[in-house]
Design a protein around this ligand. Structure first.
Ligand SMILES: C[S@@+](CC[C@H](N)C(=O)[O-])C[C@H]1O[C@@H](n2cnc3c(N)ncnc32)[C@H](O)[C@@H]1O
Length: 239
């Protein structure tokens, strides 16, 4: 199952009407999604106006899109209250900067604007190898890229955000990762999220030190990894 298939099946099965994507790039996922209202956020969109117009004809959902070319943190700061006052966003896809800190901030901001029964999907939560899991500071050089096993994908350490949330907010969130398309994190609320929540620095620093081997030795414990065999959406939604 790809991220596009998962996102669209959530929209179709649970009648989701609003979709927000953090990190859109060339719109490979965003433009294909069919949803009543779609919001795109990227600090640097990788498409031009012509492509945007062309997609209006290919998928009519795109006629109602909003585009924000800015950093995700600024987007949330400027639009949080307005989105909350409209009842929140039904489905949010977090796929921006692939660092532990930024992905955690994007998820926490997303939790604040999530509607009742809303869903957050996080991309790149289960890197296929150690190179793909390199933190940004150690982003592989060309030489490392050419080593055996490297297929070009970079997931960074987004998986640490999932692990952090499992440890810090387990009572408030349902969290799992589908073992498909580099790991699709699925987050839903058990109960309402307290917007005054602050990142626990001690826990953050502890998680920051973890290695890819910690993840790969026990993915069930670390990120609640679930096989994509016999995938059933209902088993993941928990609402
Ligand atoms: C992996 S791509 C997104 C792919 C897209 N979601 C898809 O499924 O095709 C990551 C994107 O995140 C954007 N990005 C990185 N850091 C960001 C930030 N802090 N705020 C907003 N966008 C960011 C990059 O410009 C890039 O286009």
């Amino acid at each position: 199952m790809t991220r596009l298939e998962l996102l669209q099946s959530i929209i179709d099965s649970y009648d989701k009407k609003t979709y927000l994507e953090i990190g859109v790039s060339n719109g490979a996922t965003f433009f294909r999604i069919k949803c009543r209202k779609k919001i795109a956020v990227d600090l640097n969109f990788a498409f031009n106006t012509l492509k945007k117009i062309a997609w209006n004809f290919i998928n009519f959902s795109n006629l109602n899109n909003s585009y924000y070319q800015l950093e995700s943190s600024s987007f949330f700061k400027k639009n949080k209250e307005r989105l909350k006052s409209k009842g929140g966003v039904n489905l949010i896809f977090v796929d921006g900067m692939h660092t532990f800190k930024q992905s955690l901030e994007d998820i926490l901001n997303s939790l604040e604007i999530l509607s009742t029964n809303g869903v957050i999907i996080v991309h790149d939560c289960y890197p296929p190898n150690e190179h793909a899991a390199s933190p940004r500071e150690e982003y592989p050089t060309k030489a490392i890229k050419l080593r055996e096993g490297w297929k070009g994908a970079w997931c960074g350490d987004v998986w640490k955000s999932i692990h952090y949330l499992k440890r810090s907010l387990d009572e408030k969130l349902h969290i799992s990762v589908l073992d498909s398309d580099y790991g699709l994190g699925i987050i839903t609320l058990k109960r309402s999220f307290d917007s005054s929540y602050k990142i626990d620095d001690l826990l953050f620093n502890e998680v920051l030190k973890l290695n890819y081997s910690d993840l790969i030795n026990n993915p069930k414990k670390m990120i609640n990894l679930k096989s994509s065999d016999r995938f059933k959406l209902d088993n993941f939604m928990n609402f």
